[in-house]
Design a protein around this ligand. Structure first.
Ligand code: NAD
Ligand code: ZN
Length: 382
């Protein structure tokens, strides 16, 4: 089959690879029709994750048609159109039974924090991802879900990660009615978090970034006020001013390890990799939250320590929450919103590339060219 393969930082190639096989009775093989590229894939593409091996196939946002099922699979049949959550999980360990699907204890021998993620290097289990014609789906009875007829494959694709993750970020914010919510990062995840904040009762939503077209999208898609980093001497002071000098009730970091805005942090975090990522956005989140407020961290960071302002977080009495999103938990409510016409997550998809041109998709998304919010890879017929 044809599959995206990693060759080293900033180098990807489409190559021939053997088709995946059923390796366990509860596996299935999905023929991929749509896969998206995530901001998290960009961390891999930039060489930020330590154990990213040559030949690894990325891609954890996957929609496709069930091609083959293992002998114990009961919930899927050949021919079903399915959405696959980005997390791989067993469904029955201590953590899964508490809904912590992204922290499954049985799927990643390489780490004790994160569970398995498709196509996310050997630090997340080493599973090949879905930017390919076929993908092996372990634990098929607990992860993937048949897409209801009324839902488009592109909306379903957005629920496999980005939109559900944004909603989860808003949930982690403990938003109370009329709260002011600040979102750092106007990528697909931040835009989804900003839009979702309204669903959860926010009274005001402010999105911060330094890319004009993305801030424009924040106004249009997330009905948010915006702040441009370059137009403020000090973004924290500006946010304080905008909130009566109290700070925001809830601040969501939807930027993560490669945050811009502080040269020293960016160089030590994102370039030299002396920290588990540049903590600029996380620190701004801590500084711009009000005392007693909540900081929701959904941007991705590596396992190393970063220079995070813990003293301020403690002294302000903040609640800090974070996780990889256990996206299937967000699906029932988000499907209700989509069905009712409250939101069309696929409006965040701006670019479509065939698999053979996936290198261009990474380049355009990474360099934020051509007003790209999120690219989708179209792979096979529905
Ligand atoms: P993206 O790269 O499209 O968006 C990131 C945005 O942050 C960009 O628009 C960039 O200009 C902006 N930015 C950079 N520095 C900033 C700063 N200091 N302040 C404000 N904005 C800044 O990526 P995305 O797809 O939206 O993903 C965002 C983050 O979420 C990534 O770190 C990704 O790995 C992470 N993620 C986490 C989960 C999870 O489950 N927790 C799931 C998906 C993605
Ligand atoms: Zn993702």
């Amino acid at each position: 089959m044809r599959a995206m393969t990693y060759r080293g930082p900033y180098k990807i190639q489409v190559a021939d690879k053997p088709e995946p096989k059923i390796e366990h009775p509860n596996d299935s093989i999905v023929r991929v029709t749509h896969a998206a590229v995530c901001g998290s894939d960009l961390h891999l593409y930039h060489g930020m994750l330590p154990d990213t091996r040559i030949g690894h196939t990325f891609g954890h946002e996957i929609v496709g048609i069930v091609h083959e099922v293992g002998p114990s699979v009961q919930n899927l049949s050949v021919g079903d159109r399915v959405m696959v959550p980005f997390n791989i999980y067993c469904g029955s360990c201590f953590f899964c039974s508490r809904g912590l699907f992204s922290n499954c204890h049985n799927v990643n021998a390489n780490a004790t924090a994160v569970g398995g993620i498709y196509g996310y290097s050997h630090t997340a289990g080493g599973y090949d991802g879905g930017q390919a014609e076929f993908v092996r789906v372990p634990f098929s009875d607990v992860g993937p879900s048949v897409i209801p007829e009324w839902m488009s494959s592109e909306d379903a694709l957005m629920l496999t990660d980005a939109f559900s993750t944004g909603y989860f970020g808003a949930q982690l914010g403990n938003i109370a009615e009329q709260d002011t919510v600040v979102v750092f990062g106007a990528g697909p995840v931040g835009l989804a978090a900003a839009r979702s904040a309204w669903f959860l009762g926010a009274g005001r939503v402010i999105v911060v970034d330094h890319i004009d077209y993305r801030l424009e999208k924040a106004k249009q898609f997330a009905y948010a006020e915006t702040m441009h980093l370059a137009e403020q001497d000090d973004i924290v002071v500006a946010l304080k001013k905008a909130t009566g000098y109290l700070g925001a009730d809830v601040v969501i970091d939807a930027v993560g390890a490669e945050a811009d805005g502080g040269v020293l942090q960016h160089v030590t975090g994102a370039k030299l990799k002396l920290q588990g990522g540049s903590p600029v956005a996380a620190n701004w989140a801590i500084d711009s939250a009000r005392k007693g407020g909540t900081v929701s961290l959904i941007g991705a960071y590596g396992p190393l320590v970063s220079a995070v302002r813990l003293g301020d977080a403690v002294n302000k009495g903040l609640t800090i929450r974070g996780n990889q999103a256990p996206v299937a938990r967000q699906w029932p409510r988000l499907m209700e919103h989509i069905k009712a016409g409250h939101v069309r997550p696929s409006e965040l998809l701006t670019h479509r590339f065939p698999l053979e041109h996936i290198a261009e998709a990474y380049h355009v998304f990474s360099a934020k060219l051509d007003d790209c919010i999120k690219p989708i890879i179209t792979i096979g017929e529905e």
